[in-house]
Design a protein around this ligand. Structure first.
Ligand SMILES: CC(C)(COP(=O)(O)OP(=O)(O)OC[C@H]1O[C@@H](n2cnc3c(N)ncnc32)[C@H](O)[C@@H]1OP(=O)(O)O)[C@@H](O)C(=O)NCCC(=O)NCCS
Length: 214
């Protein structure tokens, strides 16, 4: 276990800075990781930023990946999984049903933002982003590399497959104990959508009720 109060955050975008805000709320000092020299030069905030090729010099620090795009977050995770220690970053205002905080603590690299709520019987994978004010209801399964954007809501018995994205304010209606409502691998659900049927993999859904648009 590291003794530093610093945390490395991959990314320099808005999502990275929002992860930085969670770090500050936990008394940790974020050090951002720019992809390359150009991204480093473009940084205009006061916090420290280093470039990715030097990141292994900081291997005594814990890391998270503050990159919203699931496939980029996954690529970074795979690049550094053996050389860096990834932790979970959980905002103190997130709330959990019985045993659910421990369940999230067993993940690796998962970020839970302010106001998120997890109820009961939920299982979550690694390197997910649960953004501000999302809700995840009972008996949901969320695979790795998923992003729930601010205010998105999962009703009970939903399965978000690996790499899927639920847009801001979208709702996924409930499945059942015997058959979860599924959002397929790498599928994107648009902001404000209401998903009432399973969503195929590698697709884009939008609208109320949500329909496949791509
Ligand atoms: C659904 C989404 C993924 C589609 O993005 P895209 O593939 O670039 O699609 P386009 O912008 O080309 O739009 C395609 C069509 O879908 C419509 N559309 C786009 N987003 C929509 C939405 N959220 N709800 C309803 N219709 C939508 C567009 O009006 C367009 O319709 P048209 O063909 O009749 O003109 C995107 O608009 C979206 O909602 N992303 C999530 C944003 C979000 O949650 N941000 C939070 C960041 S943390």
């Amino acid at each position: 276990m590291t003794l530093t109060n610093q945390i490395g955050i991959f990314g320099t975008s808005g999502m990275a800075r929002e992860a930085g805000d969670i770090a500050w709320a936990l008394g940790l000092e974020p050090i951002y990781v720019a992809r390359d020299e150009a991204e480093l030069q473009a940084w205009s905030f006061s916090a420290q930023v280093v470039v990715e090729q030097d990141v292994e010099q900081y291997s005594d620090m814990p890391f998270v990946i503050g990159i919203g795009e699931n496939y980029i977050r996954r690529a970074v995770a795979e690049r550094f999984k053996d050389s860096l220690q990834f932790i979970n970053l959980i905002h103190p205002s997130a709330t959990f049903g019985c045993g659910q905080r421990d369940m999230i603590e067993r993940c690796k690299g998962t970020i839970v933002a302010a106001g998120a709520r997890f109820t009961s019987g939920i299982a979550v994978g690694d390197f997910c982003i649960f953004n501000q004010n999302i809700t995840v209801a009972h008996d949901c399964l969320v695979d790795s590399y998923v992003h729930m954007a601010p205010g998105a809501n999962l009703s009970g018995n939903v399965h978000l497959k690996q790499g899927s994205w639920v847009g801001a304010g979208a709702v996924v209606n409930q499945g059942s104990n015997s058959e979860k409502r599924v959002v397929g691998e790498n599928t994107m659900v648009g902001s404000g959508a209401v998903v009432i049927k399973d969503c195929e993999a590698n697709a884009v859904y939008a609208g109320v009720p949500a329909k496949r648009i791509k």
